[in-house]
Design a protein around this ligand. Structure first.
Ligand code: SAM
Length: 163
């Protein structure tokens, strides 16, 4: 057991000895600051009228925020670093109703990536102030993208498919 395995298995849940082959290296671009210091404090999903949270980018990634204030809403991806990663079925409400990991938005998954739609409040240099997050203070930040519906490509594409 690692410290990220501290979440106990509930009745009916199953784990596998997940082979760690094919691991990609994810580069954290910064850290997320929220008012939530324990998992119990976190909402199950963030709310767009929730508290202000901060996406603090490493200084070298600050130029990557150029143009971002054109968007009201962003998708934020983050690494739910305190999650165990070996459950293939889960008993989310501890009531015996067993559900597959991929049919849940539980933080417990083989690659614990969280995704939230947030409202952009303002930019302060390398920091974005947003509302809509549900993660612990100190959660590593993976990526930020304009919300899909608001995004239109800035140059014609070779293919009809958007990127
Ligand atoms: N909004 C994301 C999604 O849908 O992909 C995450 C949803 S997940 C249900 C949110 C929960 O994950 C929180 O309520 C909290 O219990 C847990 N959590 C938050 N931050 C975490 C972290 N850094 N490591 C592990 N668990 C975390």
């Amino acid at each position: 057991m690692t410290e990220t395995d501290s979440h106990d298995i509930r009745d009916g849940e199953t784990r596998i000895d997940a082979p760690m082959r094919e691991d990609a290296a994810v580069q954290f671009i910064g850290v997320i600051r929220t008012p939530y210091t324990s998992r119990d404090m976190c909402p199950r999903q963030g709310k767009l009228d929730g508290p202000d949270c901060r996406l603090e980018l490493r200084p070298e990634w600050e130029p990557g925020l150029e143009g971002i204030t054109k968007f009201d809403h962003l998708d934020v991806l983050y690494w739910l670093h305190q999650s165990r990663r070996d459950l293939v079925t889960q008993n989310p409400r501890s009531d015996g109703r067993i559900t597959g990991t991929f049919a849940l938005r539980s933080p417990v998954r083989p690659n614990p990536i969280g995704l939230s739609l947030v409202r952009l409040i303002r930019r302060e240099g390398n920091v974005l102030i947003v509302k809509g997050l549900d993660c612990l203070d100190g959660t590593p930040l993976i990526d930020i993208k304009p919300e899909r519906c608001a995004y239109t490509p800035q140059a014609p594409h070779k293919d009809a498919d958007d990127v």
